[in-house]
Design a protein around this ligand. Structure first.
Ligand code: PLP
Length: 368
């Protein structure tokens, strides 16, 4: 495909079969655990047409080669397995709780060592990464919405000889391309915006380094965390409309962030699109949009935060994010969430509904 196409066009057209007479417009999932001998495929744990179509599309968007996994955590686990036994990982103080918990589990068994840093503090990251094997980055972070200076800390990671990984789930491949900012590996929970309809679990990694890709592909086939063909096909079907979904969700998020900033019960709003947000300048420099996730704090009142989540009629009270439906939750309801995330913090995943309906429902729940 032409390298000049806009990503919103690539997302529609990449990973399609060749345009020859009678060809279908899209790849179909192949439901076969094995293939007739004599070719390259071998076995269903190694290869599937639906994975390949999704991987080609994600690879073109991120500027590398893609590899899909059974879930975002399966992708993260394969990446962490690249760390040599006894090696050291530098990770954010705040990031997706499941990723931090996996690192803690691996540290507890002696598999690796972990140092946590404020990922928005580039000097602290550079100091911590000296002698490390991997720098794990998330930006914006889940759910604190901190923004890392990706070019600066990827350069620091590379200079230190660490493999730099960016969890790009919140930004999506349309708003941020970490490989072009200096990362070695990009990871996604495709469960979220990429699939986009809260009906699939799927993960992906993308890298432009062939030896890293080969090492990760080996882990997928040997650890066995492969996506189902149907899941990969559904995720690609969802991905086709990502540009449109994001446009609407982002403009809704900006509208709501401005309203929430004025609300008397709300003590803090974190959204990189707000001009006063600590991450605004960095996000404006390295992202082509500010995304559709924001977090709010309710003046220390965790009970009111919990009630707000329970009292919405339109917003869905559920964990997860990135679906067409607006969702919210108080993150500390999970024991696994990092204790320095405020008790009264609500993460809002803004969907594609009408902004007035979203605001009216949320404003009512905040008063309840
Ligand atoms: C959800 C999420 C994950 C984990 O992905 P799953 O698909 O749920 O396994 C990893 N990172 C971030 C930022 C997430 O939001």
């Amino acid at each position: 495909m032409s390298p000049d196409l806009d990503p919103s066009t690539v997302v529609v057209h990449a990973g399609r079969p060749a345009r020859v007479p009678d060809a279908p417009l899209g790849e179909s999932p192949v439901f076969s655990s094995t293939y007739i001998a004599g070719g390259d495929r071998g076995y269903g744990r190694f290869d599937n047409d639906a994975w390949a179509a999704l991987e080609t599309t994600l690879g073109q968007l991120e500027g590398g080669r893609g590899l899909t996994f059974a879930s975002g955590m399966a992708a993260a686990a394969a990446v962490m397995d690249l760390v040599p036994v006894g090696g050291r990982v530098v990770a954010p103080a705040h990031a997706y709780s499941g990723v931090l918990a996996l690192l803690d589990q691996q540290a507890a068994t002696g598999r690796l060592k972990v140092d946590r840093v404020d990922i928005a503090d580039s000097e602290a990251v550079a100091a911590a990464v000296a002698g490390a094997d991997m720098l794990w980055i998330e930006s914006p972070t889940n759910p604190a919405m901190e923004v890392a200076d990706l070019p600066a800390i990827c350069a620091a990671g590379r200079a230190a000889g660490a493999t730099t990984v960016v969890d790009n789930t919140f930004a999506t491949p349309l708003l941020q391309q970490p490989l072009s900012l200096g990362a070695d590996i990009v990871m996604h929970s495709a469960t979220k915006f990429i699939a986009g309809h809260s009906d699939v679990l799927l993960g992906a990694v993308i890298t432009a380094d062939d030896s890293l890709w080969t090492a990760l592909e080996l882990r997928r086939r040997s650890l066995g965390a492969i996506p189902g063909p149907m899941e990969a096909w559904l995720a690609l079907r969802g991905l086709r409309t990502l540009a449109l979904r994001l446009d609407r969700a982002q403009s809704n998020a900006a509208f709501l962030a401005a309203k929430l900033l004025e609300h008397p019960r709300i003590s803090r709003v974190r959204y990189p699109g707000l001009p006063g947000d600590p991450g605004h300048a960095r996000a404006a420099a390295q992202m082509s949009g500010f995304g559709a996730i924001l977090s709010i704090e309710l003046g220390g009142d965790a009970e009111r935060a919990q009630r707000t989540c329970e009292n919405t009629a339109l917003w869905v009270h559920a964990t997860s994010l990135g679906g067409v439906e607006s969702m919210l939750e108080r993150r500390r309801r999970w024991a696994i969430e990092v204790p320095t995330i405020p008790d009264d913090l609500i993460r809002l995943s803004v969907g594609i509904e009408h902004p007035d309906d979203l605001w009216n429902d949320l404003a009512e729940a905040l008063e309840a």
